[in-house]
Design a protein around this ligand. Structure first.
Ligand code: BTN
Length: 276
């Protein structure tokens, strides 16, 4: 790709008009696709529309976010013109405890998409990070509304670093994040990437809805660098050290604690001891 072409690709926006011919599946239809030049948070907007009845397959994409949300109340750096910030509305027939599996599914979908571009070595870090060369390439924020009759909707938010640079990141993230373009010869074509991602999501989610996480587990494990490693687990109420033993069919992490006990981690963060 020449410099002129790469600049064009970098600037190309995944607007509704650009995306319409690329949205070929049944779930992500052009009429459910919404693009904003600037938004506070695509997850916030998608949740607002989901509360108002937006159907499954509604997609909200922004070129820039002014208040991008990460997990655990963190901020997601979202500069204009370079990366992808996308939220998907889902209405799965799941119990509340199964919702977290959608984060794992999305990690797998992202890993398949990136690998499909010829980029080797992508890793999924339980539960919601995608890493390349030990640096963060993408994050997933899954937010659901649950009431007495069950799961009303789920919003899966995806932030993926494509054409940005370290200089665009806040100082505390420099050296900790990676952008896909760093590993490719030229800039990533954002509309094409998004179309591939949504096609992969459509396929993976279809399989998940029919058969659950079980059949995807082995492939997920192959992308993760988790099992057998010493980890520090941070949960809402406690923090402990142990060894990651297994991922069960529901996507929960089984950790052998240093004190000998076994804990099933449904939601939390892990740190690899050797990274500290
Ligand atoms: C994380 O790693 O903490 C999750 C980051 C998720 C960021 C994405 S960007 C698109 C969507 N909208 C948001 O406000 N957050 C998610």
């Amino acid at each position: 790709m020449t410099a002129a072409e790469s600049t064009a690709a970098e600037r190309q926006q995944p607007t509704a008009a650009v995306m319409a011919p690329l949205l070929t599946g049944d779930r992500f239809r052009p009429e459910r696709y919404h693009f904003f030049s600037v938004l506070d948070s695509t997850n916030r907007q998608a949740a607002q529309w989901a509360r108002a009845g937006a159907p499954e397959g509604t997609v909200v994409v922004a070129d820039q976010q002014t208040a991008g949300r990460g997990r655990l109340g963190r901020h997601w750096s979202s500069p204009a013109g370079v990366n992808l910030y996308c939220s998907i509305v889902l209405r799965p027939a799941l119990s509340p405890r199964e919702v977290a599996q959608l984060t794992l599914l999305t990690g797998l979908v992202l890993a398949r998409t990136v690998t499909g571009m010829g980029v080797a070595g992508v890793e999924i870090k339980w539960p919601n990070d995608l890493l390349l060369n030990g640096r963060k390439l993408a994050g997933i924020l899954t937010e659901a509304r649950v009431d007495s009759s069950g799961v009303q909707y789920v919003v899966v938010g995806i932030g993926i670093n494509l054409n940005g640079t370290d200089a665009l990141l806040p100082p505390e993230l420099r050296g900790k994040a990676i952008h896909l373009a760093e590993l490719l010869r030229g800039m990533v074509d954002r509309p094409r990437f998004l179309a591939d991602l949504l096609a992969q999501f459509d396929r993976g989610y279809g399989c998940f809805c029919q058969q659950g996480f079980g059949p995807l587990r082995e492939e997920w494990l192959a992308f993760s660098r988790l099992l057998g490693r010493p980890v520090q687990v941070r949960m809402a109420a406690e923090s402990f050290a142990g060894q990651a033993l297994a991922l069960d069919n529901e996507g929960c992490l089984l950790v052998q604690r240093a004190d000998g006990g076994l804990t099933r981690v449904v939601a939390g963060d892990i740190l690899f001891a050797e990274d500290e």
